[in-house]
Write a protein that binds this ligand. Structure first.
Ligand code: PTT
Ligand code: SF4
Length: 625
């Protein structure tokens, strides 16, 4: 490791560099400053992409890079530490994009001696990457290309054994559908802003690792005691049982009650058939097994099987977002059908959120007469019409007819279709909105509007707090909550690269994380220090977007137009829509709290505070335009 003084644990000390065009494999010592000042995961991803990408590069150009990054706690005895960040310049949004996937890849990589992989170039033919402590190899994947993610994983396990960590892409990403994700272990997905698609453009079908070296820890006794204490706390928590029975699926019933369940392309907020697709029904009638990521003491994966109708016997892993977007949002009110659609999305390697949004968008346009049967090549689109929906998804995966337009994401599809279409495209900055309707939830709308990757709930899921606090209120407390969550969820957890659910779902004390960090790495960081670094990361992500766009507009931080213009049509909040004036007030307060100007551009003084000198040059350049 570069820099003076040895790091005693957590980070393993090397970054793997792969150039697929040159078929070159290199190792680089982990820079100590990168470790201590940018921590890992998202922190490293943005720093590397910022430093190394040619500004304005086409995301599907071979020179775009994909960063696969672990954090100092990943893969250790820390509970729920089986996470890994996948990041790149997004082909869906044109800005910074990342995702955090629960898999065995993170600890297998670290046990192979690597904290991160940076991939660039484009292979001449399909390949996959094989990583162990003894060898790193770019291997032929011609036999895997065109295969579903599940088939691919099966073959990789036949060839390399079961004791591997992997991420793979499916035919959707190979065909450059812009919301291709990476899939692992038959049903975990990551990289919503098209990180799988970037791998597809590089002809990299999979990354597979098998490691066996220990991950060093500065103070094994303390790390063990803390991990043991946390496990005991989690497993004796009063919410534990329901959590392992339902996981995130319990949110369906909650969202219905709160009038925020995405229904008919974010029109209604409640769904008559919500019980059929809810957490209770899933747990009692459809759940076969619970699955968990590496080292998790509170496994939340719901492996479910369709039991009735034409798809009987089909299985898929489902979560709240999957069911909200490929269920109520497209009018599908049967768990059997929802399981089938999720299986299709997982096998194709497409993000269920963007896919559900694209399908809902197309159905709404069709029903409003904005697109016609001629444009859908004879498909009669309707809510819940499984035959039409399955055919439409197949066309998206293959980029045929209307599928080719929808494969670009709803923003670009709306621009192409023209007219009123843009009013029904539910996205922020080109990333489709995850499964919370915000017609009557202004703080959550702000969270989507200011998320650093486009409309994802991962950074600031403030909606349940907002319901308790008062959904109608428009004040500084809402802004502060969004920023607090962005620091914790989007900063602390994305940099340590461990699962946030022990904290958010079972109220694990956040103070455990600095303690774990100290026990594993030997470094004593207070939470405030992590938050300072998180703010630095947020500022750099923002300037990355500005650099790539070459300009910035306040309206890029607005939630979807539909929430301002078309009121909710059902449920206790029927008639509600977001007030533009209120949203602008929240946005002004947000910019002020972040030290950004009224267009959302970081002020020079803010960037100076974080020592982001290169970013200052970008901001100065656009302000003189
Ligand atoms: C995340 C997004 C989510 S968030 C879900 S369900 W969720 C969807 N899952 C998909 C899927 O499955 N298949 C598919 N083809 N597309 C999918 N798209 C959607 O992707 C497991 C959990 C979950 S379940 C969540 S909220 C938490 N996310 C965390 C996070 O982001 N960071 C962190 N430190 N901890 C987290 N813990 C939780 O992990 P993206 P995963 Mg995901 C089948 O990556 O790009 O952010 O997309 O990784 O392991 O599946 O998440 O109600
Ligand atoms: Fe994975 Fe769920 Fe455990 Fe988090 S709580 S580590 S997402 S199984």
């Amino acid at each position: 490791m570069n820099g003076s003084g040895e790091i005693k644990g957590g980070w393993v000390g090397k970054i793997l560099r792969i150039d697929l065009s040159k078929e070159q494999i290199k190792e680089q010592p982990l820079d100590k400053e990168l470790a201590l000042e940018w921590i890992g995961g998202r922190g490293w991803a943005i720093k590397i992409l910022w430093d190394e990408l040619e500004p304005g590069i086409d995301p599907l150009d071979p020179e775009n890079k994909v960063v696969i990054a672990t954090g100092p706690l990943t893969g250790t005895i820390v509970p729920s530490s089986g996470k890994v960040v996948v990041a790149s310049k997004s082909p869906l949004t044109g800005g910074y994009g990342d995702g955090n996937i629960g898999s065995h890849l993170g600890h297998m990589l670290k046990m192979s001696g690597y904290d991160a992989i940076v991939i660039e170039g484009r292979a001449k033919k399909p390949v996959y990457l094989w990583v162990t402590p003894n060898e790193v190899e770019i291997k032929d994947a011609s036999h895997l290309w065109g295969k579903s993610t599940f088939e691919t994983e099966i073959i990789l396990r036949e060839d390399h054994g079961n004791d591997i960590g992997s991420i793979v892409i499916g035919p959707g990403a190979e065909n450059l559908v812009k919301y291709g994700v990476v899939i692992t272990e038959y049903g975990r997905a990551g990289g919503r802003p098209g990180i799988g698609t970037v791998l597809g453009s590089k002809r990299l079908k999979a990354i597979v690792a098998h490691g066996w070296n220990d991950i060093p820890m500065a103070d094994v006794d303390s790390a063990f005691d803390l991990a043991y204490e946390i496990r005991r706390y989690l497993m004796s928590n009063s919410g534990y049982r329901k959590w392992v029975e339902q996981g995130t699926m319990m949110t369906i019933e909650w969202s219905q009650e709160a009038n925020v369940l995405p229904t008919y392309n974010f029109s209604e907020g409640v769904f008559d058939e919500y019980m059929n697709i809810g957490g209770e029904t899933m747990a009692k009638e459809y759940k076969l097994l619970k699955k968990g990521c590496f080292s998790c003491a509170m496994p939340c994966g719901n492996l479910t099987v369709a039991r009735f109708g034409p798809f009987k016997g089909t299985w898929a892993e489902i979560d709240y977002e999957n069911v909200g977007m490929l269920g109520s949002n497209i009018g599908v009110g049967s768990m059997d059908n929802v399981i089938k659609l999720n299986r299709i999305a997982d096998e194709a390697g497409l993000d269920t959120i963007s896919l559900g949004s694209a399908v809902g968008f197309a159905i709404e346009l069709y029903k409003r007469g904005i697109i016609t049967k001629k444009q859908t090549d004879g498909l009669e689109l309707d809510w819940g019409n499984m035959d039409a929906i399955i055919t439409l998804i197949d066309r998206i995966v293959k980029r045929e007819g209307i599928g080719k337009i929808l494969a670009e994401g709803v923003k670009k599809a709306a621009e192409k279709i023209g007219g009123e279409a843009i009013k029904y495209a539910i996205h922020v900055k080109g990333l489709e909105v995850s499964a919370y309707d915000c017609h009557a939830a202004p703080a959550m709308a702000l969270s989507y509007g200011t998320s650093p990757i486009g409309a994802h709930h991962k950074d600031a899921w403030v909606i349940s707090w907002e319901m308790r606090y008062g959904r109608e209120k428009v004040d500084r407390n809402k802004v502060d909550k969004v920023i607090e969550f962005q620091r914790i969820r989007g900063g602390l957890f994305e940099m340590l690269t461990v699962c946030r659910l022990p904290w958010i779902e079972l109220a694990l004390d956040l103070e455990y994380y600095p303690k774990l960090f100290k026990a594993i790495t030997g470094y004593d960081y207070a939470l405030d220090r992590f938050y300072f670094i998180a703010d630095k990361v947020y500022n750099l992500m923002r300037v990355f977007w500005i650099r790539e766009y070459g300009h910035w507009k306040r309206e890029y931080d607005y939630p979807p137009r539909k929430w301002f213009e078309v009121p909710l049509s059902k449920g206790p909040m029927a008639g509600m829509k977001l007030s533009k004036e209120d949203y602008d007030r929240l946005l002004d307060m947000y910019y002020e709290a972040r030290g950004w100007d009224r267009n959302g551009v970081p002020k020079i003084s803010t960037l100076e505070k974080f020592g982001l000198t290169d970013a200052i040059k970008v901001v100065e350049k656009i302000s003189t335009k």
